[in-house]
Design a protein around this ligand. Structure first.
Ligand SMILES: *Cc1c(COP(=O)(O)O)cnc(C)c1O
Ligand code: SF4
Length: 346
């Protein structure tokens, strides 16, 4: 007799998460480091980094969960993960060609909290909250207060999408949509499922990387049981981010039928070498997360010190292609406002 394993068994076998575990990620959010002095002390970094960090953090605050800080090297002021979260004096410089809205989000507004730039897919700005504040973020100045207070304008978004059969994919973005808890996400997903022409649900999130405990039993059930095809696009920039705990959360998602992709940003001093990208892409592929996009930095004010020349990204990706299986090589892209798709550079 064949042994039939249901998908529910898969969840149970792999997670063994009870209710208390299901809320651990919320504690991780609450206990995140928000003060530059605390971060520097924890990592035994020179205290002369603190004053500039404090000034820069008044524009865009520091936010780094302990689970992420734990992957940084103590005593290393150039740690690639630290560099992504520590405010620095360079952020106060803003060359003229760096803008508040470098990717034309305001022009792509289709409704409150709803952006459309590309055919067939819309992006919902579900929340302004993130599980980490990435210093290079292109939405670091996004006017999130304009985004829908969830339940209010959600109705309007659903009505709008119901009336437009050209839309086959909804992207939940933000901020980070997985900062919403499972009880909030579930009704959203259920309402999207009532739109007959909608086929795919995509979730753009950094949470499973930053706080792997966010991949709760409840989340898995919600995604696995959805009538929509679920694609999760995570965001890791360096192999050091992908420790054992992230490995377990990726396994749980992949085992439950979620398609996993990664997007990374090419960042000066973080991952701007062939070696760093080779290690990142190899580790992702091991975890069944396909490298999807490597983004050229969007020119958002405050992030100029992260920029690398386009020629470097092209060279890196060409080298990766010579060293990795084709499926493990991301497309190097740049977003050009007004174009029909992200521009592929390599
Ligand atoms: C990047 C982006 C997408 C997704 O583009 P893909 O090429 O499908 O990954 C969709 N909508 C908006 C507004 C975007 O910025
Ligand atoms: S998680 Fe994404 S949206 Fe949030 S700060 Fe980082 S890059 Fe920006």
């Amino acid at each position: 007799m064949a042994i039939v394993t249901t998908r529910a068994d898969t969840v149970r076998a792999n997670s063994r998460i009870d209710d208390a575990d299901g809320n651990r990620w919320k504690d991780a959010m609450r206990s995140a480091v928000r003060d530059p002095a605390t971060l520097c002390k924890m990592l035994r970094l020179p205290s002369n980094l603190i004053p500039a960090a404090q000034i820069a953090s008044t524009q865009f605050s520091l936010f780094a969960p302990l689970a992420y800080v734990a992957r940084m090297q103590v005593g290393n002021a150039n740690d690639p993960l630290l560099r992504q979260v520590l405010p620095v004096a360079d952020e106060m410089e803003s060359p003229e060609n760096y803008q508040l809205d470098p990717v034309g989000d305001q022009a792509a507004k289709r409704g409150s909290g709803l952006l459309q730039k590309y055919a067939g897919r819309v992006l919902i700005v579900t929340t302004g909250v993130c599980a980490v504040h990435c210093r290079y973020c292109f939405r670091r100045h996004f006017p999130y207060s304009d985004a829908p207070a969830l339940n209010q304008r959600w109705d309007r978004i659903i009505d709008d999408l119901k009336d437009d059969p050209s839309i086959t994919e909804v992207i939940l973005s933000g901020g980070d949509p997985l900062t919403l808890d499972d009880e909030t996400l579930q009704p959203l997903v259920q309402r999207l499922e009532t739109i007959p022409h909608l086929r795919r649900l995509r979730i753009h999130t950094r949470l499973p990387i930053i706080i792997p405990d966010r991949v709760t039993d409840g989340l898995i059930q919600l995604l696995r049981d959805s009538a929509l095809t679920v694609v999760m696009v995570v965001h890791a920039n360096h192999a050091n981010e992908l420790d054992e705990s992230v490995g377990r959360s990726m396994t749980l998602l992949a085992d439950n039928g979620i398609t996993l992709l990664n997007q990374a940003v090419l960042l000066q001093g973080v991952n701007d070498s062939i070696e760093a990208q080779f290690n990142l892409c190899g580790r992702l592929a091991d975890l069944r997360v396909m490298p999807y996009y490597l983004h050229q930095l969007d020119r958002v004010s405050g992030a100029a010190h992260f920029e690398t020349p386009e020629s470097l990204g092209i060279r890196i990706v060409e080298q990766l292609r010579a060293r990795l299986p084709g499926y493990a090589v991301p497309r190097f892209v740049r977003e050009v406002p007004g174009e029909a798709n992200k521009r592929v550079l390599a």
